[in-house]
Design a protein around this ligand. Structure first.
Ligand SMILES: [Zn+2]
Length: 213
């Protein structure tokens, strides 16, 4: 496998990971707006950790164990209180956690095994797919905007069949316009949220739902 492919995959992983983190932060910000108590608990949690670390530096050896035990007790109580509030709001306690596509490597592409960093099975699968041309990125030479033929899509509306008020052709035209727009703005940081991965996911979903029955 060449290095540029791995580099490209890792860039994709990094972007996908950032989205999951951004979305988790958005969820958190929204929830904090309606319940500022959670934010107060978070502040208190970091304050007691900092205070304890400071005190430990100046403490006698016999006092250190007690300080750590106190920190653990206080932290556990605060975490319990925080989880209680989150549950009260009908959210699961992992609501604030990023929703990574791969739970094992948290979308980093690597896992720790016996103290060593190893390529995660999800990244191995991606490399395999590309190596054996199984990914949908393998035929860009033949499958691209230049060879895109809109006439392959029906111009007949059929709400029951396509679950849409517009014809497949009209729908594909809209998608093509969005894809074009996305490519034109690819480097625009203000549009970083609407990135390739989300686009690719949406495209595949719409396409499969509508036309691959
Ligand atoms: Zn993974």
């Amino acid at each position: 496998m060449n290095n540029s492919l791995l580099k490209q995959l890792l860039t994709e992983y990094n972007a996908k990971r950032n989205i999951a983190i951004d979305e988790a932060e958005e969820r958190k910000a929204k929830l904090l707006e309606v319940n500022p108590k959670i934010s107060e608990i978070d502040k208190e949690l970091s304050k007691i950790s900092i205070d304890t670390s400071r005190n430990i530096i100046n403490a006698k050896p016999e006092e250190k164990t007690k300080l750590l035990a106190d920190l653990k007790k206080k932290s556990n109580n605060l975490i319990k209180e925080k989880n209680f509030i989150i549950k009260e709001l009908f959210k699961s306690t992992d609501y604030f956690e990023p929703n990574f596509e791969c739970k094992m490597c948290k979308d980093t592409g690597f896992v720790q095994k016996n103290g060593k960093s190893e390529i995660c099975s999800c990244l191995k699968q991606k490399i395999y797919d590309i190596a054996y041309n199984k990914s949908n990125m393998g035929n860009l030479e033949f499958e691209n905007f230049g060879t895109f033929n809109i006439r392959l899509f029906s111009d007949k509306e059929n709400k029951e069949k396509y679950k849409s008020d517009i014809s497949p052709r009209e729908n594909m035209n809209l998608l093509r316009e969005k894809a074009n727009n996305f490519i034109q703005n690819f480097d625009d940081p203000r549009r970083k949220k609407f990135n390739f991965f989300r686009w690719n996911w949406a495209w595949k979903n719409v396409f499969n739902k509508l036309y691959c029955k």
